[in-house]
Design a protein around this ligand. Structure first.
Ligand code: SF4
Length: 319
């Protein structure tokens, strides 16, 4: 039913659901985050992801501490108040190393918000990262159908992922979750269940992106969903989560050149500019033709969309 509302044809001149809710809560602001994809090793084998461990054709990298800190300093120098540290699921970096780097970043600028997107780790790691100063954690549930989840994520389970999400919230992280639209064999019911889950969970950030095929994966030949379908679901997410931060994802821009602008028009209010060193960013190949969004390009997109750039931390809830 939820999805039917979302996919119904809007009457002429009727604004899509979601746009008004975004204006009411956030005005014209688009919040800028600086992301560093610091490691593309992953020990999981997700069917749709170019970083999966079976992809032997991908050259792997793991940035050293000084390389990560150089990028953090660049983000700080531009006045951006959120740094996102993202990597594949890997134990290359120990708890001790990551705690030390979180503390170092906080020492550099105590007002900086740190978002981690490191996948599944020991529960004690999440606690240690929070105590070191990381306030936000992004972990997408991806799909809500248990069987499809197990099929697409060998060795992983949806119940464990949901347990982690609940634990992160209990630790007082501002928790982001999200799902993929258009995976092969994904039913409309699954999308509805994702929406219902998020409506109840009330994430600080909702990362909704389309399935985009990645070469050298089992789903390399599968088609992506239409941009229209993805945008309609995003506008519905904005309506059911009026206070959450919604990134216009790079995956959206892979569907159509104007993907970012279209997503902003439907209620997205975050852009993630990429501060990964360029030679490594090319290797963070989650899917084909992943776009490298520079800070300058992100500012242009915001201007073209008639919106206002905000570098502030923008915590959740936004009041
Ligand atoms: S989706 Fe995440 S966990 Fe799965 S292979 Fe890719 S990086 Fe690893």
């Amino acid at each position: 039913m939820v999805l039917e509302v979302c996919l119904r044809k809007p009457k002429q001149k009727e604004s899509l659901p979601g746009v008004d809710e975004n204006k009411a809560t956030f005005g014209r602001k688009v919040f800028m985050r600086g992301v560093i994809e610091f490691c593309n090793y992953c020990h999981w084998d997700c069917f749709y992801c170019g970083l999966r461990r079976s992809n032997r054709k991908l050259r792997r990298y793991a940035l050293r501490e000084e390389e990560i800190m150089r990028m953090v300093r660049r983000i700080v120098s531009l006045g951006i108040k959120t740094v996102v540290l993202q990597s594949g699921d890997s134990n290359i970096y120990s708890r001790k190393f990551l705690v030390a780097i979180i503390k170092k970043i906080k020492k550099l600028d105590a007002s900086l918000a740190i978002t981690l997107s490191l996948g599944e780790r020991d529960f004690d790691d999440y606690r240690a990262f929070y105590e070191a100063g990381a306030e936000r954690y992004l972990l997408k549930q991806e799909v809500m159908d248990r069987r499809l989840y197990a099929k697409l994520h060998p060795g992983q389970s949806l119940s464990h992922r949901l347990k982690i999400l609940a634990f992160l919230k209990k630790l007082s992280y501002q928790v982001g979750c999200g799902f993929i639209i258009g995976l092969p064999q994904q039913s409309e019911k699954d999308i509805e269940n994702n929406l219902k889950f998020m409506q109840e969970f009330k994430p600080a950030m909702a990362a909704i992106g389309p399935f985009v095929p990645a070469k050298n994966t089992p789903l390399a030949a599968q088609p992506p969903p239409s941009l229209k379908k993805v945008l309609k679901i995003i506008s519905l997410v904005r309506r059911i989560l009026p206070y959450s931060y919604l990134p216009a994802t790079t995956a959206l821009n892979s569907l159509a050149p104007c993907g970012y602008e279209r997503a902003l028009a439907e209620g997205c209010n975050v852009l993630m500019s990429n501060f990964t060193p360029f030679s490594q960013a090319k290797l963070y190949a989650l899917y084909n033709q992943k776009h490298f969004l520079t800070f300058a390009a992100a500012k242009d997109i915001i201007n073209r969309a008639g919106r206002q750039l905000s570098l502030e931390r923008a915590d959740y809830p936004p009041f």
